[in-house]
Design a protein. Structure first.
Length: 101
């Protein structure tokens, strides 16, 4: 429950919530439904209160999220996938790939 409460505290006003959902088959023939939640963040020294993204940027970010989740989950079996979730390998890869958008 602590993990869930920690993630819920990330939701704030003035920054959009970007969600992505995808169904993926692992190499062990398991079907997983993955959800990813992302937020925009302010730039360094930004004065403006909001940090909204344009709809095209949101679509690009969501597309990148789905692409990374599919690549990570379909290339390994369930045990390896869960081992990748614990150190947040997928989350860091998504953050790195979408930071330039």
């Amino acid at each position: 429950m602590d993990f869930t409460t920690e993630k819920l505290s990330l939701v704030r006003k003035w920054q959009p919530l970007i969600e992505a959902h995808v169904d993926v088959k692992t190499t062990g023939n398991f079907t997983l439904r993955m959800c990813c939640i992302g937020f925009t963040k302010k730039r360094d020294r930004q004065v403006k209160r909001t940090c909204y993204a344009q709809s095209s940027q949101t679509r690009q970010i969501r597309r990148k999220m789905v692409e990374i989740m599919v690549n990570q989950a379909s290339s390994c079996d369930l045990k390896e996938f869960v081992a990748n979730l614990i150190p947040e390998v997928i989350g860091k890869e998504i953050e790195k790939a979408t930071s330039s958008i």
